[in-house]
Write a protein that binds this ligand. Sequence first.
Ligand code: ADP
Ligand code: ZN
Length: 289
Amino acid sequence: MKKLLGAIEAGGTKFVCAVADENLNIIDKMTTPTLEPERTLEESIAFFKKYKIQKLGIGTFGPIDIHPESPDYGMIQNTPKIKWRGINLYKTFYEALEIPVKIDTDVNAAALGEYRHGYGIGKRSVLYITIGTGIGAGFVIEGETLYGLTHPEMGHITIKQKKDDTFKGICPTHGNCFEGLVSGPAIEARIGKRGPLISENNSVWELNADYIGQALVSYNLILSPEIILIGGGVSQQEHMFPKIREAFKRYMNGYVMHQALENLDTYIRYPKNGQDAGLVGSLELALRA
Ligand code: ADP
Ligand code: ZN
C-alpha cells in the first residue's frame, strides 16, 4: 500500500489541507476559512481521517512556537487573531490523528519547499518572502529552517520612505515598517482599491518595488542567501519583478560582488511552486516528521 502524507498550509484567511503520495503528488485537497478555531480544526481533522495518512506537516501563520524542544511546540502566540491565541496546532493534530506531526512557519515551510522541490535545488541557502496579507520571510540553510529565540520576523524591518511619501503605514505595532507600507492591505489603504484592481501604470507599484528592493538588500547583507524567492498574493503582479531588481541593484550599489548577483533575473524571482510554495513545503515537513 502506498504511504500517504498530509499537509496543512494554515493561513490567516484559509486553511488549505492536502493529501499526497510520497512523491508529493496531491491526491485530494480541501480548503476551509480560518474562522472559529474549533470548527476549522474539526473540519481539517475530518478531512485527514478519510485517508490513512502516516505523517503530517503544517506550515502556519504565527507568531508560533516552533522550537522542537519547547513544551509549547506548535502553540500560536500573540496573533491579532485573538481566538487563535494559545491554540496548540501540534497537540491538536497529534492527539486527533496519532501520527508524527512537524510544524514550522508558513514562510519557513515555503523556503524549504523551494529548497527541496523548486528553484533552491542545488543551493545551500534559500530566502522565501511572502507579500500578502502580511509580510514574512523564511530562510533555509543547509537543509534546516532558521529559528533563533523565536522565528525571524523579517517583515517588520525599517524602510526609508521616499521624501514625498507621507503614508503613515498600517502596522499596528510600527506603522511604517516594511509590512506596514507594502503588504496587500497597506496597498489597499494607500490607494483605496484592492491590489488586483489597481492598474499596472499606477505609481504605487514603482514605489513598492523600491521599498521591496531596500528590504532585499538588507536581507542579502545579513543572510547572504543564494537565491531570493518572492511569493504571496502581491507577487502575482509580475511587472513588479524588473522594478524590484532595479531597486535592489541601485541600493546595493555594487557593494556585494558575486556572480549570482550579475543576473538578478535568476537571483530574485517568483517561486517555482508559485502560490503552492507553502503547501509543497508543508508536504516536505511531513516527510521529515
Ligand atoms: P495570505 O497572506 O492571507 O495567505 P495572499 O498571499 O493571497 O494571502 O495575500 C492576500 C493579499 O494579497 C490581499 O491583501 C490581496 O489584496 C493581495 N493580492 C492578492 N492577489 C493580488 C494581485 N493579483 N495583485 C495584487 N495584490 C493581490
Ligand atoms: Zn511592523
